[in-house]
Design a binder for this molecule. Sequence first.
Ligand SMILES: C[S@@+](CC[C@H](N)C(=O)[O-])C[C@H]1O[C@@H](n2cnc3c(N)ncnc32)[C@H](O)[C@@H]1O
Length: 604
Amino acid sequence: MANHKTKLELTWIGKENRPKLEPRILVEDQGKSYHAKFRIKTGKSADFADERRLTSGQDSSPRKSAQSADEDFFDNRLIFGDNLLALKALEQEFTGKIRCVFIDPPYNTGSAFTHYDDGIEHSLWLTLMRDRLELIWRLLSDDGSLWITIDDNEAHYLKVLCDEIFERANFVANVLWQKSHTRENRTDISAVHDHVLVFAKQHEIFKNKRNPLPASEDQLGRYENPDNDPRGAWASLPAHAKAEKGRRKAQFFTVTTPSGRKVDTPAGRCWLYTEERFREMVEDNRIWFGADGANVPRVKKFLSEVKAGLVPSTIWFHSEVGTTGTAKAELTSLFPGETPFSTPKPEALLQRVLLIATNPGDLVLDSFAGSGTTGAVAHKMGRRWIMVELGEHCHTHIIPRLKKVIDGTDKGGITEAVGWKGGGGFRYYRLAPSLLEKDQFNNWIISKKFNPAMLAEAICKLEGFTYAPSETVYWQHGHSTENDYIYVTTQTLTREQFQKLSDEVGEGRSLLIMCGAFRVKNLDEFPNLTVKKIPKAVLSRCEWGRDDYSLEIAHLPMREAVSDQRSEVSEEDTAGNPRKSRTKEERRAQASLFDLNGKKEVPS
Ligand SMILES: C[S@@+](CC[C@H](N)C(=O)[O-])C[C@H]1O[C@@H](n2cnc3c(N)ncnc32)[C@H](O)[C@@H]1O
């Protein structure tokens, strides 16, 4: 993250306020976790490997199902709760480990807040995004990238904000996704695209490691072999280029075609090669003069040479990656008869992002999961995933959707394209409650909801230890190094107990003891022990007892939509017909920032 002050900065009221987040532990609810009966291979050499080769035509056989085992694909995570706390909870274990973050946050269309200063509203949105993006930045690996879908309402402010967090040099592209192919006739200019802002953790590394895209069927169809070249099918490209600075004198010459015709380049152009190189190319049958040898020369580009893939471009057409309507149709076919989630993204859009940014086995994170498209696509593509969702649709949409993916009964989206047959699993987590709560005297005490194991795990996290309770040594709850351990207890420890612990720890090792209290005057007697009292020792670490960092927004009043998330208003329905304007309630559902329909969802 940029540590230095830049000359140019986007600033707003309250920008300097940052929450002091409690690093919560995640508690698995096994009843909601779900696993297939078989294991799946995710290794880079596994069945998913070399997608480029498979999808670019060298091997057109359908991809094998990925159900044979040697690596675990079961530990994907679905987290129910506020994503700011969830991202903080992931920080200790996943810093520098996430290869790709895709987020599709509420677009802050302004329609949700009636009697409120627009500036404040936008600044609050920016603050909420900033806090989350800073954590996301930390989670990304050096070769990782962040992809954010957003519309014109906030795209440009968000770009500047991301420049600040990621540094401007790490901006990769602003991809335009054609989210709709129908025109909204009731407006001034019909918005048919969303932005996909792409930032790299380190642009140079990303450049070298990002994947090219496989050529499409349409592109492959342009390769033919009219002269039966033994090197296979080819397409012809112009043999001349702009005669700009840096071109060599030897690139300006007259070509004589096999038929004897003299050909010069058009005005302001020169040949791609020097005369000498051009002759070599002709000898190697790499220049095409047409069937009768009289045409303007063109260069033969062999299909075998483009197999390495195409450089992705910044315009993604609906015909390639689908529309919002496609996404809704995908959900409708998964859950016929049910109201589809209001703002899903098409699976093909996510597939393209993950093709470029990740390889099989890599970790993908979506902290605004919605209906779970990112997880579903990542799963089908053999990527590991983490998703966070605050809304009840975590249970009504994401879990049933992922179950179908795992069971192999989701036949829609990219299933056929990637040959997905089912497998794998995920673990469902909730954020643990706050470690500390106030008692009747207004003193902070350890929450009664914490059992000893949860307490040990939470304290390990706060103290920066890895939670790894030993099955045999009662005082080894975690470690920071090979020789440094932590022991967590609510007991009041006596001198005898310290002596025993010190003896067991022995020389060359150290132990941090976090206890309720102790009855010893001189702890210096035990040089291998460090003793701290809980909760006193952790009280000033963070904000305790706060469950929802989207709270302020949820309390803001709402107003009639003025500018809206137009994609939703003008989007075609699943049958491709223009959709009528959404109701106020529908607009509220999408536009409410970081909460649902204006209702606060407090993770339990
Ligand atoms: C536009 S939707 C994402 C749609 C998703 N890409 C899909 O394909 O279904 C944004 C989602 O972010 C969720 N959200 C908003 N604020 C959140 C927060 N603070 N923590 C977690 N999720 C949040 C909303 O509930 C909503 O489901």
